[in-house]
Design a protein. Structure first.
Length: 109
């Protein structure tokens, strides 16, 4: 029995607006107090949006005011928890223990 190729769900980053497999992006939702909550387990209820775990994409999304638009919020979202999560997830360049460097996307594209 031959199994076909698996399908990976694709999502768009609200920062750079590039499509990527959902597994490469951070899902986040808005809490009741307009705080953006990272959802690494992808289980929190509510409308979610996705972002590359890259400070450049986060900055682009903030500058474009994309968080509120993606989550359909009325009011200014508190991005503090999401920013902290991205800082802890992203390793500074040159400190990885991998044999080959991971390819990085270009958010300016």
């Amino acid at each position: 029995m031959m199994v076909g190729p698996t399908h990976a769900p694709m999502r768009m980053c609200v920062g750079c607006r590039l499509r990527a497999p959902a597994s490469e992006l951070i899902r986040f939702v808005a809490g009741g107090d307009l705080r953006l909550l990272p959802d690494p387990s992808r289980r929190l209820p509510g409308r979610g949006a996705h972002l590359h775990p890259d400070p450049a994409c986060f900055a682009l999304a903030e500058r474009r005011r994309a968080f509120g638009r993606a989550l359909r919020l009325s009011g200014v979202a508190d991005t503090g928890l999401l920013a902290e999560h991205i800082r802890t997830v992203v390793k500074p360049r040159g400190t990885t223990d991998d044999e080959a460097p991971m390819p990085r996307h270009d958010p300016a594209r």
